[in-house]
Design a protein around this ligand. Structure first.
Ligand code: FPP
Ligand code: MG
Length: 274
């Protein structure tokens, strides 16, 4: 088969891009690598409006961006990634947007967990975190199926928070603790719940996730919006980036990782070498 000059140019560009990416990731992996990174993937709708696309296409492009960035992080051996895929509060959005998002989450969770796809390829265990009883039945079933399928993967963890709110996660942890302590309370008429107890009962923690090293929020919004409030109040480095989530890429990630490594070498970041 004869390749046209424009095709050859395309092949050459993608070869250079792939090799430059690989080299960048290899160089970064030679330094200290954070164990746990969280993402507030914000700006999908503004991106869609800006590009003249439908809102659901903005969310779909947001998923493509997640897949791209996840692959880079897995290549660097980041142990755990947590993403804010759907806030409890997002149920207040127009019904057609909620439906489109649920369909996207259902289809994409299923897609990435198939044999040979991202989760299988990199040995990633997937946890769905949040009030899953609020999800439509079919999404709940897929969430469970994907968790079961990936339960024995032990090289990395992907926490997909949906529908999630950090204060709700904390309240659930306290409810579980009180439930566990009921017999004790009945006997002694008192109950002691400390920070460590709550920490250990947060869904994001008891499923094997290490402490959160970096939290990234895109789209220029400087808020935490009820995401991992407990987890990021200690040594987490919080970064707000100006671009919309579907445009987030390696060029945004590299300065954040370099900043982490610099702080690590200056003794300002958590000890991460295992
Ligand atoms: C926030 O942007 C984004 C969301 C509410 C949805 C994020 C979900 C994905 C990227 C899909 C993830 C898929 C899987 C399988 C994990 P926004 O809607 O608030 O946009 P705006 O800030 O411009 O209004
Ligand atoms: Mg938003």
């Amino acid at each position: 088969m004869v390749a046209y000059p424009s095709e050859l140019y395309g092949i050459l560009c993608s070869w250079i891009y792939d090799h430059a990416t690989r080299l960048t990731l290899d160089v970064l992996s030679a330094g200290p690598v954070p164990k746990h990174i969280g993402f507030v993937m914000d700006g999908n709708r503004r991106y869609a409006r800006h590009e003249g696309k439908a809102i659901k296409e903005g969310h779909a492009d947001g998923f493509t961006s997640l897949q791209r960035i996840l692959e880079c992080l897995l290549k660097m051996h980041v142990k755990c990634v947590t993403v804010y895929a759907f806030a409890i509060e997002n149920f207040n959005r127009p019904p057609e947007e909620v439906e489109a998002l649920m369909a996207l989450l259902r289809d994409k969770l299923q897609e990435i967990s198939q044999k040979g796809q991202l989760l299988d390829q990199y040995g990633v265990r997937l946890n769905v975190i949040g009030e899953r009883s609020m999800l439509p039945k079919d999404v709940q079933e897929i969430a469970q199926a994907v968790e079961d399928m990936t339960a024995n993967n032990d090289r990395a963890i992907l926490n997909v928070c949906m529908p999630y709110a950090s204060r709700n996660e904390m309240a659930s942890a306290v409810r579980v603790l009180i439930d566990q302590e009921k017999t004790f309370v009945l006997k002694h008429r008192s109950i002691e719940i400390g920070e460590n107890d709550i920490d250990q009962h947060l869904e994001t923690n008891f499923r094997g996730s290490p402490p959160l090293d970096i939290l990234i929020r895109t789209s220029g919004v400087h808020r935490l919006s009820d995401f991992m409030l407990w987890q990021c109040c200690d040594s987490t480095q919080i970064h707000y980036t100006p671009g919309y989530w579907p445009e987030f890429g390696l060029r945004d990630l590299v300065p954040i990782l370099l900043d982490y490594q610099l702080k690590y070498w200056n003794g300002q970041a958590r000890l991460v070498l295992s």
